[in-house]
Design a protein around this ligand. Structure first.
Ligand code: ATP
Length: 605
């Protein structure tokens, strides 16, 4: 499943959807182009050089024609009237063009790189400060592709597409004017056939590309079969499904062949069309032109000039379709990026220093809290939840799966705000606090500890990014992690994650505990791991947790009731409502209580 998503993500990168070009989309484009402003001087210069190099390219066919006329002695008197001077002029044109192009590309690329770097940074800073509800409704792959594929598309547009559009327009207009100056008759003759051919070629070409894309997609599908079955080879063999998979693969490959063969027919037809019609039309123009030459109405050089201009104009016409498609893709990419940039941030301040303005002692008070997730408004996840944890107390939250325990943790972290009632910290409503202040004073040790790709040291430092190595080691010692870390040959520099070693569940948890110890929060949330560790590992983790819970308010989301007997209070919730609350002794004494029932159930297990 994950792989299928990944694949579709790649496909999205290759083939970005196009969008309609209208007033709104152009406004978006202009908004994004405002990022160009700091580099506008260079951009303007690049633009100017682009115009100059496009215009100077138009002098090339004229000079070539003159060169031939000079050779055949049909050149009329003028400044450039001999082969050598014309050749020098031609070289000069090329030189000028080469210089213009160099600076045009240099500046355009520089501007595009810098602009895109700014947009990338802004997009990422926006993305990472968006509220949790945003991420609950989007797929990571989709967001990833905005930062990579969409922005690359925009970058390409600034460096290449924009330049190409300008150049081709200049060449098209200038070329057509030059053509009519060389020979009005020939121009009329050419314009009566060329556009039709170009349109047919473009439409035909697109159709063929669509067919070959279908075949490629199908091939990718069949590759997925290979990949999946090889990765899950044990499953295939255990179910004796070899024959089934072979047939499935064969069917998929047959589809590819069918599609490819269908494409082959059209591809052949396309080649014939190009050879016969397009080259045929060139023959027709040359034939007509030769007639004009033999009648003395045009020189050989003039005909050469004409054919060169005609090639320029034809190529420009042919490129418009592709350029327009590129523009549509860019507009689509722009829309998606602007949409992201227009989202509302969380009220988080981006600062590296973790100074806390309002220190809290850690009293948490849920007063009639009701909550539903923004993505599922019809499901009331919490209903009139009230309980209190005084500073320094340990409060356990228990209940069946889906009762709303993790949701309570999310509210304490202020990932979401209650939809009814109030959550108070030290007796003051949560929303009166700065968001940074609350999150800087709450730490969570989650069920599944996610470590980043760096070293163990960096992973622990994540709890306090400016912590010294000595502080990290001290935290690791208190978290019962120092011993296993120093057991690795590279100690704290050991890389975790893909290239590094794999850590066991218990080891990962102790790293998370060290992280939380470094952060030294007033409030601690422990989301107890559901999978049990072996007893030695369990003891080490439990000891580390005891150390961590000292002197702070702890909210323990417990799955195993044996670990929370000592809690100051146990809150039992079911279907988002508080059913019971009290100490272990009080709750166990309640006849027909849910806690008593769950305890007995676990005891039996
Ligand atoms: P467990 O013990 O299985 O972890 P829990 O008690 O922690 O369960 P929650 O994760 O708080 O339960 O979920 C409570 C309810 O809210 C569930 O019905 C769940 O489907 C729903 N829920 C959780 N997260 C979201 C979300 N991001 N968007 C919509 N609904 C959600």
């Amino acid at each position: 499943m994950a792989r299928a998503r990944l694949n579709s993500g790649n496909a999205a990168e290759e083939e970005l959807p196009k969008a309609k070009i209208n007033r709104q989309s152009l406004q978006n484009l202009i908004k994004l182009l405002s990022y160009l402003r700091p580099y506008r001087v260079k951009f303007g210069l690049g633009f100017f050089f682009l115009l100059l190099s496009s215009i100077s390219s138009l002098a090339f066919p004229a000079a070539m024609g003159k060169l031939i006329d000079a050779a055949t002695g049909t050149l009329s008197e003028g400044i450039l009237d001999n082969i050598n001077s014309i050749a020098i002029a031609l070289m000069a044109i090329l030189l000028v063009q080469a210089v213009f192009s160099f600076f045009r590309i240099l500046w355009f690329v520089e501007v595009a790189e810098k602009t895109l770097a700014d947009i990338r940074k802004a997009t990422y800073a926006k993305l990472i400060t968006l509220p949790m509800r945003f991420f609950a409704q989007r797929r990571v792959g989709e967001l990833n592709s905005r930062i990579s594929a969409d922005l690359s598309q925009i970058q390409d547009s600034i460096t290449t597409t924009l330049a190409e559009i300008i150049r081709q327009i200049v060449v098209f207009i200038g070329g057509t004017i030059a053509l009519s100056l060389v020979s009005g008759k020939l121009t009329l003759m050419m314009l009566s056939i060329l556009p039709v051919l170009v349109v047919v070629a473009v439409v035909f070409g697109r159709f063929i590309r669509k067919l070959s894309r279908q075949a490629q997609d199908k091939l990718a599908d069949s590759n997925t079969i290979v990949e999946e079955t090889l990765q899950g080879i044990a499953n295939v063999k255990a179910f004796v499904n070899e024959a089934y998979e072979v047939i499935r693969y064969k069917r998929s490959i047959d589809e590819v062949v069918k599609l490819a063969l269908r494409g082959a027919k059209y591809r052949g037809a396309f080649a014939s069309f190009i050879i016969f019609c397009l080259f045929g039309s060139i023959v027709a123009v040359v034939w007509y032109g030769s007639n004009l030459v033999s009648q003395g109405l045009i020189t050989v050089g003039g005909l050469t000039t004409f054919i060169l201009y005609a090639t320029f104009v034809g190529a420009a016409m042919g490129s418009f379709a592709e350029l327009y498609a590129q523009l549509q893709k860019t507009v689509g990419a722009t829309e998606r990026v602007i949409e992201l940039l227009n989202e509302d941030n969380e009220a988080i301040t981006l600062t590296e220093t973790r100074t806390i303005k309002n220190k809290i002692s850690g009293t948490i008070d849920f007063q009639g809290v009701g909550f539903y997730y923004p993505s599922r408004k019809e499901v009331q996840v919490l209903n009139d939840v009230s309980f209190k944890a005084n500073a320094g107390e340990r409060v356990a939250v228990v209940g069946p799966s889906g009762a709303g325990k993790s949701t309570i943790a999310s509210l304490i972290l202020r990932f979401y705000e209650p939809t009814q009632g109030t959550l108070l910290f030290d007796g003051i409503p949560s929303d009166a606090y700065n968001l940074n202040d609350i999150r800087n004073q709450v730490a969570i040790v989650p069920q599944d500890v996610l470590l980043f790709g760096g070293s163990i040291l960096e992973n622990i430092q994540y709890g306090k990014t400016d912590a010294t190595e000595a502080e990290v080691i001290q935290a690791a010692q208190r978290a019962n992690a120092h011993e296993f870390i120093t057991g690795f040959p590279e100690g704290y520099s050991t890389l975790v994650g893909e290239r590094g070693i794999k850590l066991s569940g218990g080891q990962r948890q102790r790293i998370a505990i060290a992280r939380a110890l470094l952060k030294d929060p007033a409030i601690l949330i422990l989301d107890e791991a559901t999978s049990s560790l072996d007893s030695e590992s369990e003891r080490l983790v439990q000891e580390a947790l005891e150390e961590l819970m000292k002197n702070r308010t702890s909210i323990i989301i417990a799955h195993r009731l044996s670990t929370i007997r000592e809690a100051d209070r146990i809150v039992v919730i079911d279907k988002g409502k508080v059913l019971e609350s009290g100490t272990h002794a009080q709750l166990i004494a309640q006849e027909n209580g849910l806690y008593k029932y769950l305890s007995e159930l676990q005891l039996e297990g």
